[in-house]
Design a binder for this molecule. Structure first.
Ligand code: FES
Length: 529
C-alpha cells in the first residue's frame, strides 16, 4: 500500500518476492508495477519482520534509501537492524499509541503488539491523519480492540486482513473430511473477527488487504482457493468452504451478505482517492469481476513466469555440510536448558521426521525432548507433536542460523504435522525463539503474564440456555476483552479474537493446553438454581 498525501508519501510493507522457501507469492501478481517510481517515497513503514511484509531484496533494489523509516516500538532491535542492513539510515522511532507529528501537518500513530505470539515477536498497525482525513492500516495485526484509534476521530479508510495466513489445518495429518470441517470453522472465524474489527471502527470505507497469498509451486498449488475441479477431490483444495485463503472477491460477497456495501477491493495498480465523503477508485483492469472470474488463468500464467524462481529455490535448500543432529543439539540444548515456561508449556517430546529430497522416505528421526532438555535420535517414545519435513529444509535453517522457524519453515507449509491432544502454542513459540534474546523475552513475557492477576470479572449470558456466567474479563489467551469478543453458547465460551474455546462449567481451555478460564455461574443464577 502506498499512501500519498499533500504532506508526503508513505510506502507500507512492499512485498514482491516469494517468501518462506518460495511458498508464498503476493496475489495478485504485483511484480510488474513501476517499482522505480513507487519506491521514491518520503516515508517507509514495515509493520513487522514476517517475510511477506519485510522483503529484503525488494527494499534493497527499489526503495529510496533517503526515505525516513517509521519504526514500531518492539522489544528487540531486529527490525531496525535489518532495515539498517538494507541501507536505511533515517528513523522515526515511535512509542506505541502515541501520535507523532511529521512535517506539513502529517500525523501518524503506530500501535505495536509485542506478545510472543504477535508476528515474529512484534506486529503493528499504522494510523495516518492529514487534512482531517484518517486512515488505519491495521494490516494483519490483532489488537484486542481498536479504541486507541477510534478515540482519535472518525476513520475514513480502514485496511485490514480478512484471509488466512497460517498452516492450519492444511498441514495436519487428518482425514479429508475433518480437515475440511476445521478449515471451514477457521474460515468462518476469520470473517467473524474481521466483521468485529470493522464494527469497532465504523470507518467510511473498508479495504480487504494483507492476503491471501497464492501458492505457485506445484506441490502447494492445492492451497489456492480455486473452483473445485471434478478430478481434484482434495480437501481444502478448491474454492470450497474448507479453504482458509478466500480472496478479495469472496470478502466482498460475504460482506454484502451481512448487509454492507462500503467494501473496496484494490488490485496492484488500483488507485483509491479518498475525501471526507467520497471514495473513487480506478483499476488497472476493466472489470474486477472478470479478473476474479479468471483467477485460475492468472495463477497459471503467474506460475509460468515464476517457474525458474521456484526451481532455483528448490536447488538451494540442500546444505550437505550440515550434520543435522549434532547441529540441532548445539543450537537447541542451551536454549532448552534456559527455558522454564516454554519447556513446561510444551510438556513433552516433539519429534522431527526428516525426509529425503523427494519428501517420500524418512531418513532421520530426531526428538526434541522438552522435559529432559535434550535433543537425540528418536526412539519409540510417545510424542506431543510430530513434524515431517524435508531434511534439506532443516539443513538450510541450520546453515543460515535461522532464529525463527515460524517465519521460515512453518509458514512455508512445507511440512505435515500430527499431535496428541490440543494445540500447544508453546511449541511454536519455542521454535520462533531460537536465540538468546528472543528466548529471554518470551520467558519474561510468560512469567509476567502468569503472575499478573487479572481480577476483574464480567457477566456473560449464554445465548442458548440464557444462563448467566461470571467470567474473568480478559481472555486467558492474549487478554482480549471478553465483553467484546466473548460469546457464550451452550456452555462454551468462544473468544472471537482467535477463536479459542473454554468450557464454562470447568473453566478448561478446549483449544490449547493450560490457559484455564475463571468462570462460575453468576450470583443471580446461583440463587435461581
Ligand atoms: S485473545 Fe486469543 S482467543 Fe482470546
Amino acid at each position: 500500500m502506498r499512501i500519498d498525501t499533500a504532506a508526503g508519501s508513505i510506502l507500507t510493507d512492499p512485498w514482491v518476492n516469494p517468501a518462506y522457501f518460495a511458498s508464498w507469492f503476493p496475489f495478485p501478481d504485483n511484480s510488474q508495477l513501476d517499482w522505480e517510481s513507487l519506491g521514491k517515497v518520503d516515508y517507509l513503514y514495515v509493520s513487522h519482520l514476517h517475510r511477506d511484509h519485510f522483503d529484503h531484496e525488494h527494499l534493497r533494489r527499489f526503495i529510496d534509501k533517503k526515505a525516513t523509516v517509521l519504526l514500531p516500538n518492539y522489544p528487540t532491535s531486529e527490525l531496525e537492524d535489518e532495515l539498517r542492513e538494507v541501507g536505511f539510515t533515517k528513523f522515526v522511532k515511535t512509542e506505541s499509541n502515541e501520535v507523532v507529528e511529521l512535517d506539513g501537518g502529517l500525523r501518524i500513530m503506530i500501535q505495536s503488539l509485542t506478545s510472543p505470539t504477535d508476528g515474529p515477536i512484534g506486529d503493528s498497525s499504522l494510523w495516518v491523519e492529514h487534512d482531517g482525513l484518517r486512515l488505519l492500516n491495521q494490516n494483519d495485526a490483532r489488537p484486542t480492540d481498536l479504541t486507541e484509534f477510534a478515540r482519535l476521530g472518525h476513520v475514513h479508510a480502514h485496511m485490514l486482513q480478512f484471509s488466512g495466513a497460517i498452516w492450519y489445518p492444511m498441514v495436519y495429518e487428518l482425514p479429508d473430511g475433518a480437515k475440511a470441517a476445521f478449515g471451514k470453522q477457521k474460515r468462518d472465524r476469520q470473517f467473524d473477527r474481521t466483521w468485529r474489527y470493522i464494527d469497532d471502527l465504523k470507518a467510511s470505507w473498508v479495504f480487504p488487504i494483507a492476503g491471501p497469498p497464492c501458492f505457485l509451486d506445484d506441490e502447494l498449488w492445492q492451497f489456492n482457493d480455486l473452483p473445485r475441479s471434478p478430478q481434484s477431490g482434495q480437501a481444502g483444495s478448491a474454492g470450497d468452504e474448507g479453504n482458509i485463503f478466500p480472496d478479495q472477491s469472496v470478502f466482498l460477497r460475504e460482506y454484502r451478505a451481512i448487509g454492507r456495501d462500503n467494501g473496496v477491493v484494490l488490485l496492484p495498480g488500483s488507485v483509491a482517492t479518498i475525501t471526507a465523503d467520497d471514495c473513487t477508485v480506478t483499476h488497472p483492469v476493466g472489470d474486477l469481476n472478470d479478473f476474479f472470474a479468471n483467477k485460475e488463468q492468472h495463477l497459471h500464467e503467474y506460475r509460468d513466469r515464476q517457474r525458474e524462481v521456484i526451481a532455483a529455490a528448490h536447488a538451494s535448500w540442500h546444505r550437505p555440510e550440515v550434520d543435522v543432529l549434532p547441529e540441532l543439539k548445539r543450537r537447541l540444548e542451551p536454549l532448552l536448558e534456559e527455558s522454564v515456561y516454554l519447556a513446561k508449556g510444551v510438556g513433552g517430546p516433539v519429534r522431527l521426521d526428516l525426509t529425503d529430497d523427494d519428501n517420500v522416505h524418512i531418513v532421520q528421526s530426531i526428538v526434541v525432548d522438552f522435559p529432559e532438555k535434550q535433543v537425540r535420535e528418536a526412539g519409540d517414545e510417545k510424542v506431543r507433536y510430530r513434524f515431517r519435513t524435508r531434511r534439506a529444509l532443516v539443513e538450510n535453517l541450520l546453515a543460515s542460523g535461522e532464529v525463527d522457524w515460524v517465519n521460515s519453515l512453518f509458514l512455508s507449509c512445507r511440512f505435515s504435522a500430527a499431535r496428541i491432544g490440543q494445540y500447544n502454542e508453546f511449541v511454536y513459540a519455542f521454535f520462533k525463539c531460537l536465540s538468546e534474546e528472543r528466548l529471554q523475552y518470551a520467558e519474561g513475557w510468560y512469567d509476567e503474564n502468569e503472575r499478573a492477576v487479572d481480577l476483574e470479572d464480567v457477566t456473560l449470558t449464554d445465548r442458548t440456555t440464557g444462563r448467566a456466567w461470571q467470567v474473568q474479563r480478559r481472555c486467558p489467551h492474549l487478554k482480549a476483552d471478553l465483553t467484546r469478543f466473548g460469546i457464550a453458547d451452550e456452555g462454551t465460551l468462544t473468544c472471537q479474537l482467535h477463536g479459542w474455546k473454554f468450557d464454562l462449567e470447568s473453566g478448561r481451555c478446549l483449544t490449547s493446553a493450560g490457559h484455564p478460564l475463571r468462570a462460575q455461574p453468576a450470583e443471580a443464577d446461583v440463587k435461581d438454581s
